[in-house]
Every structure is written in structure tokens, then in C-alpha cells.
Design a protein around this ligand. Structure first.
Ligand code: AMP
Ligand code: MG
Length: 366
């Protein structure tokens, strides 16, 4: 019995994105609470051919549960190195750590430029690239709006129109000044704040991949709260199966399965962080021009591409842009595919996606 349970738990490490729970690490275990769920997941894994894995390691970092699965040579040192790199990135880029580069930049907004570490500088540069590319739908200066809504905090609420109007002028990626020589970052207006929440996890996944590859490991799975990065091929050379979360249901239920080679798969969805007020749901993906959660008829956008940082920024950008504009942007990018899930329960994919719908309450559109 104990062995069977252990097998179940190991099997759950193949869960990929259909079983993540960003806010409550302890629930990673607690949510495996009913035998029914155990059974369904076991069945799912059997059906999708997800193999038995080596033990993986989960830790809470970057505000989410990070799970690394090394399918070979999964020794302790490699796991330690990966998680210390993830924490290093958190210590540089979190808005919640007062000594982080980002907090120092924010505290000096409108006062003076701040010298930052190379990696922080590079991520900010890349964030600006996506801000420009998306016409500002992705905007790393969204911080004042994020704080106002407090969706990540204990007491989220719909802010007054006045407060939103007062904060909106502070949201403008053009007011970030970079000095490459000095690695200086300057927010030109007092009250501006950077928030790399839509891109830092992707960067951390890419960095974890570097460590894994440098350790000579050719097969691994990185899952940073649903930001998935797959390294290598399955032994049987068949595509990997990644469950796509049902944005309307509890975490753990999927609408279908993406079949994919070694890629990164990153979703931005309304279900990740939200609160309800007067029977309305307010999610965490903001339209920087409005200061309100973006309403484009989408429930989630999943990006499938090579670089996790890019997938992370793009999933947020494309969610905010909506389907039509998002698709136009996608068409300009090589090797970048997407799955769109709409409020009317229709699902669309770009042409390079191999997706099987498993929940027939959703409709796959041509
Ligand atoms: P993700 O889950 O990667 O889409 O990132 C969502 C997080 O990014 C939010 O919790 C905010 O911290 C931040 N964010 C929200 N809206 C935007 C936006 N339009 N541009 C950039 N970052 C955003
Ligand atoms: Mg993102």
C-alpha cells in the first residue's frame, strides 16, 4: 500500500500544468486529497502515457510552487543549485523584498538612477522590448495599478475611479531610462514602480534550464507555478503531453492536452489570481491604458515557444491585446504558437499546435 501511494505521488510529478497551485504550497500535498482525484489523475497519466518519474523537488519561491523534475542524475547538488539560482533571481527581482534591485529602483523613482545586477538589467531591457512590441499592452511599470487593486494581498478591492485616474499617468514604460554602461535604471516620475511579475518566472525557468544542461542532464521538467519548460525528449520519442488548465474550474481540471516537443509552455489566465466583489470577478491581468483587468473575451492564453522569458511576457501581452491583435502579433514571431480559451468556451489554436480537446463542454474552433 505504501509503495502504491508512493507511486501515485511520483506519478503526480508528471502533472505539469494541470496540477499547479501557486499560492498555497502546503496544498500541493493537501489538494491530493480525495481518492477520486488520485484515481482520475492516475487514469489521465496512464492515458497520456506519462512515464514514471524520478523523485522531483518542490519549493515555494517567486510567489509560487516551483517543481523541478530531473529524469536522470537527479542528485541533490543539482537540485540545490537550481533552487539557489531561483532564489537569487527572486532576491533581485521581487517587489516584496526591500533589498531587491527592483525595490531599490522603485524607492528611487523620480530621484536618481539605481545601479543593478546584470541579469536584472537584461530582464528589464527584455521587458521594454515586449512593451514596445505589444504597443504597451505589456507594461512593466504596471506596479501602481497592481498595488491599488491589491489582488495578491489579503484585502483586494475595486479601487475608486479617482484613484485609478491618479495612478494611470505613472504607468508608462517610456518613462524608464536605461544606462547600459553603468547598468543604471531610472524611473523618471515619483510614484512609478516596476513589476516584473509577468516575466521574471520565465527568466528563472530559462536559468534553471542552463544549470540542468550544464550538469549534463538531458531530460527534465521545470514547472514554476505553471510556467513549464521541457528539456529533452521522452525515451519513446513520443511528444510530451501537457494538460491545459480549465480556466473556469478548480485547478487540476483540464480542457485538453497539448502534444509538444521540447518547448516552454506558459499560460496567463483569469483563474490564476482573482477576487470577487458584488458577484463580479476581477483578475490580475491589467490593461495598462485603463487600469482595470483586461476584458477581451479571453479566459486564458497559452504560449508555446523556445524561450520561457519570452513566452511569459508574450502570454501576458497577448491576453491583454485580445485575440485579433494578439494573433497579428504572433504571426510576426517565428516558432511561437498559442492556444486561446474564450469566455464563450470556444478554443482556438495557431496552426503549429497539436492539441486534443478532452472536455466536450468546450468547443475547438477551426
Ligand atoms: P502572468 O501570470 O505572467 O501573466 O503575470 C501576471 C502578473 O504580471 C500580475 O500579477 C502583475 O504583477 C503583472 N501584470 C499585470 N498586468 C500586466 C501588464 N499588462 N503588463 C505587465 N505586467 C502585468
Ligand atoms: Mg507572463
Amino acid at each position: 500500500m505504501a509503495a502504491t501511494l508512493k507511486n501515485f505521488l511520483n506519478a503526480l510529478d508528471c502533472r505539469q500544468i494541470f496540477y499547479h497551485e501557486p499560492h498555497k504550497p502546503h496544498e500541493l500535498v493537501l489538494r491530493k486529497r480525495t481518492l477520486v482525484r488520485f484515481f482520475l489523475i492516475f487514469l489521465f497519466l496512464t492515458l497520456t502515457g506519462c512515464e514514471q518519474t524520478q523523485p522531483s523537488r518542490s519549493e515555494f519561491a517567486l510567489g509560487t510552487v516551483c517543481t523541478i523534475t530531473l529524469y536522470e542524475q537527479g542528485d541533490k547538488t543539482v537540485y540545490n543549485n537550481i533552487f539557489s539560482r531561483i532564489r537569487e533571481i527572486e532576491n533581485l527581482m521581487s517587489v516584496n523584498i526591500p533589498s531587491s534591485d527592483i525595490s531599490r529602483i522603485n524607492a528611487a523613482a523620480g530621484i536618481e538612477p539605481v545601479q543593478v545586477q546584470k541579469e536584472t538589467f537584461n530582464v528589464i531591457e527584455r521587458a521594454l522590448y515586449f512593451a514596445r512590441l505589444s504597443g504597451g499592452a505589456f507594461d512593466p511599470t504596471i506596479g501602481p495599478i497592481v498595488s491599488l487593486w491589491n489582488i495578491n494581498g489579503d484585502n483586494p478591492q475595486v479601487p475608486s475611479r479617482e484613484k485609478i485616474d491618479a495612478s494611470l499617468p505613472l504607468v508608462n514604460w517610456r518613462n524608464i531610462e536605461l544606462d547600459a554602461e553603468k547598468r543604471g535604471v531610472y524611473l523618471t516620475r515619483r510614484g512609478m514602480t516596476l513589476d516584473l511579475g509577468a516575466i521574471a518566472k520565465g527568466y528563472a525557468a530559462d536559468e534553471a534550464a542552463v544549470i540542468i544542461k550544464n550538469a549534463g542532464i538531458s531530460r527534465a521538467l521545470i514547472d514554476l507555478g505553471g510556467n513549464i519548460l521541457i528539456i529533452g525528449e521522452k525515451p519513446d520519442k513520443k511528444p510530451w503531453s501537457v494538460g491545459i488548465q480549465n480556466p473556469l474550474d478548480n485547478r487540476g481540471s483540464v480542457i485538453g492536452v497539448l502534444h509538444t516537443a521540447e518547448k516552454t509552455i506558459v499560460t496567463s489566465g483569469v483563474y490564476e489570481r482573482f477576487f470577487k466583489e458584488n458577484d463580479r470577478r476581477y483578475h490580475h491581468l491589467f490593461d495598462p491604458s485603463q487600469g482595470y483587468p483586461a476584458q477581451t473575451g479571453l479566459l486564458s492564453v497559452t504560449l508555446v515557444t523556445g524561450v520561457s522569458m519570452d513566452a511569459d511576457a508574450l502570454s501576458t501581452a497577448i491576453f491583454v491585446l485580445g485575440y485579433a491583435k494578439g494573433l497579428s502579433l504572433l504571426k510576426t514571431l517565428p516558432d511561437t504558437e498559442a492556444i486561446f480559451v474564450f469566455e464563450d468556451k470556444s478554443v482556438r489554436t495557431t496552426s503549429g499546435i497539436n492539441f486534443t480537446l478532452t472536455d466536450d463542454s468546450f468547443r475547438l474552433q477551426p
